[in-house]
Design a protein around this ligand. Structure first.
Ligand code: MG
Length: 231
């Protein structure tokens, strides 16, 4: 029995989000930005959003205020407008990775259901998919802000399986975060695949697969067993 469905993360899996976010930040700052600081602030403030402590716009503004504070700049009085300009610049810079179109076409040619499972705000993420021309590319779009639970919690992966009409064992999830995506999917009973675009490598957790690009996904999926597993 074969795998029947593939779920994909969005940011830094389908969309080159990290590069666009940093370029947009540098545009509004008018100066080079510290990518490590931005990543650190994003992890902190995004974690608060995913935990329900703040809403999405507040998360975005708090994060930007954090950049000013951490770099010794005064936080601008018009922070909301500055962040709005940053988002406009961000959307203008978003690009799909080169391997997305061929991957989606091959998964379809192989008769698979295809979905998105993303930790984000629903309207924000749906607008992003539409801007990338992917509004009709998926059988299900599952966004944490709309379902009330975020990766790596098993409920969001199982929610996607239910929407697709498949079992977790029949489903693969691919994403760029080893713990949030691959390990989380595995723990929900799916096949977890870590998209390691940078070639970080290292030892993999049990029953977690690794690909270097989306071009490897269809081939990997063909080797996986979709029968219910007992472990
Ligand atoms: Mg991601």
């Amino acid at each position: 029995m074969r795998v029947r469905a593939v779920c994909l993360d969005v940011d830094d899996t389908l969309v080159d989000f990290g590069g666009a976010a940093l370029a947009a930040l540098e545009h509004v700052l008018g100066a080079p930005a510290d990518g490590a600081l931005w990543h650190q602030l994003t992890e902190h403030h995004y974690g608060r959003y995913l935990a329900g402590a703040v809403d999405f716009p507040t998360m975005q503004r708090d994060r930007l205020a954090g950049v000013y504070a951490a770099t010794g700049r005064a936080v601008p009085a018009d922070l909301v407008e500055v962040d709005g300009r940053r988002l406009v610049e961000l959307r203008a810079r978003l690009r799909l990775f080169d391997d997305v179109a061929a991957c989606l076409a091959q998964l379809r040619a192989d008769g698979l259901h295809v979905a998105v499972v993303s930790n984000s705000d629903g309207p924000h993420q749906r607008a992003k998919l539409a801007a990338a021309g992917l509004e009709d590319a998926f059988d299900a779009v599952v966004v944490s802000g709309e379902v009330g639970v975020a990766k790596p919690a098993p409920e969001i992966f199982r929610h996607a399986c239910t929407e697709l009409g498949v079992t977790p064992a029949e489903t693969v999830h691919v994403g760029d975060k080893l713990d949030t995506d691959a390990r989380g999917a595995r723990d929900a009973g799916l096949h977890g695949v870590w998209l390691d675009r940078a070639g970080v490598g290292g030892e993999l957790p049990d029953r977690v697969h690794r690909v270097r690009g989306l071009g490897e996904v269809a081939g990997l999926v063909r080797t996986l067993d979709g029968r219910a597993r007992d472990w």
